[in-house]
Write a protein that binds this ligand. Structure first.
Ligand SMILES: Nc1ncnc2c1ncn2[C@@H]1O[C@H](COP(=O)(O)OP(=O)(O)O)[C@@H](O)[C@H]1O
Ligand SMILES: Cc1ncc(COP(=O)(O)O)c(N)n1
Length: 269
């Protein structure tokens, strides 16, 4: 079985973060492992509190895994602070980690700043060692300083981000009003991945799910382009099957959740 590591934050309500990542990996048939960078106290209405892990315990978790287990792909999500990001980058280079996906998580859907503003430069450094980075539109705006409205703007932002040294860039369109088309810049070519906006409030964890699906497919041996296409299908199905939970923004439904709820259409793995 292929082994995939998520380096991210814990989401107590289970919709995003480490919990979304492990659910996605499980559904896609890879073995999921985790390095926890922060514990969030959050629910469907918002983030109440955050406790960052120390850089030492982040380093120790990474060392524990890489000194024992061969890791086929790594997904990085919420990383909180410049100190933690520096440790992650140094350790991943040390262990010659393969197939690195960076989801540059900055602000939760509920508006909480999950990345400290002073950590942006370190995050760019981490992006430089990745195979793919998956910013949503507000994150791409922070990384580039550009204003992104049209598909052409998304393409310009991708060209700008690729200069950071990363091999490919996926700009996610989920924050646009009427469209969920994503744009991949890969080997100097653009791939427009069309998506219709699904009318639901329950989109907690979409970005976490998409990036851990990409890491899972890369681990299985698919190319970046194939992994992104398969993952767009996975997230679309998961949003179609999202559900109300608690009083706020509910989570996406992983294919394994459908199985547990007695559904029969599990989609493509
Ligand atoms: N309402 C929606 N309908 C269809 N696809 C969506 C919707 N919202 C987000 N997506 C898709 O989900 C994926 C994650 O995007 P996005 O929600 O922008 O990420 P993030 O969680 O980082 O903000 C992208 O492929 C995006 O196009
Ligand atoms: C621990 C953690 N990681 C990531 C997100 C982003 O997810 P979303 O944008 O759906 O709020 C989150 N809310 N919590």
């Amino acid at each position: 079985m292929k082994k995939v590591l998520t380096i991210a934050g814990s989401d107590s309500c289970g919709g995003a973060g480490i919990q979304a990542d492990i659910k996605t990996m499980d559904a896609l048939g890879v073995y999921g492992m985790s390095v926890i960078c922060a514990v969030t106290a959050q629910n469907t209405m918002g983030v109440e509190d955050v406790q960052d892990m120390t850089p030492d315990i982040v380093r120790a978790q990474i060392d524990a895994i890489f000194t024992d287990i061969e890791v086929d792909a790594v997904k990085i999500g919420m990383v909180s602070s410049p100190e933690i990001i520096r440790v992650i980058k140094e350790r991943l280079i040390f262990y010659k980690a393969k197939k690195i996906v960076v989801d540059p998580v900055m602000v939760s859907k509920s508006g909480y700043h999950l990345l400290k503003k002073k950590a942006i430069d370190e995050l760019k450094g981490l992006i430089s060692i990745a195979d793919i980075v998956t910013p949503n539109i507000p994150e791409a705006e922070v990384l580039t300083g550009l204003n992104i409205i049209t598909e052409e703007d998304m393409k310009n932002a991708a060209k700008n981000i690729i200069k950071m040294g990363v091999k490919s860039v996926l700009i996610k369109g989920g924050h646009r009003c009427n469209d969920a088309t994503d744009i991949l810049l890969y080997k100097e070519n653009f791939l427009v991945i069309p998506g219709k906006k699904i009318d639901t409030e329950n989109t907690h964890g979409t970005g976490c799910t998409l990036s851990s699906s990409i890491a899972s497919q890369l681990a299985k041996g698919f190319s970046i382009k194939e992994s992104v296409i398969l993952s767009k299908k996975y997230i679309t199905k998961a949003i179609e099957n999202s559900f109300a939970l608690g009083k706020g923004v509910g989570p996406v439904g992983h294919l394994i959740d459908l199985y547990k709820r007695g559904g029969t259409d599990y989609g493509e793995n």
